[in-house]
Design a protein around this ligand. Sequence first.
Ligand code: SF4
Length: 200
Amino acid sequence: MEILYEVHTGLYVNLTNRCPCACTFCLRQTRNQVGASSNLWLEREPTAAEVIEAFSHWDLSRYKEIVFCGFGEPTCALDVLLEVAHWLKAHNAPPIRINTNGQGSLINGRDIAPLLQDCIDTVSISLNHPDPAAYQALVRSRFGDAAYPAMIDFARRCVEEGLHVVLTTVDTTISHEEEARCAEICKEIGATYRIRAWEG
Ligand code: SF4
């Protein structure tokens, strides 16, 4: 199973293939891998011990960051995510980021922002669109109309917990006017806005 893989200067962690969304742009629809990986479809979800064992084969000092981001939503495997992140913090790992759809509190049925506060440095959340209906049309979350406000509330809660929060959109999917509205949302929340390049 491919648990760890390189993307540019980061070492990425593939914890799960579960996700409550079916984004229209999800890379999983057309590919089996990202970056230097070969196949990010898991036979089963790794345990925390298996992820930690996988790290023993990599020189962490070579990487600028560790990123929880694979072929699924990392907060679907919250217990493993937290155990591994705490282990990394105790072993002089580089800064730790999670890439998330922001629906982790809905997925886990509780506010998870406080749990991330002492083991994650940056939370990167896919904002995708400033309009709730257009957002849901893009991500097709099983949580329906509850997904967008929960994602915004999660971003706000992470800022309140002192985490560095980045909200992202993809440069080819929305207009400049919509990007300006996203920038306003980020300003109001206290998050950084990042327009990232399409990776398809
Ligand atoms: S949230 Fe991420 S993993 Fe889930 S469907 Fe969307 S792009 Fe794919």
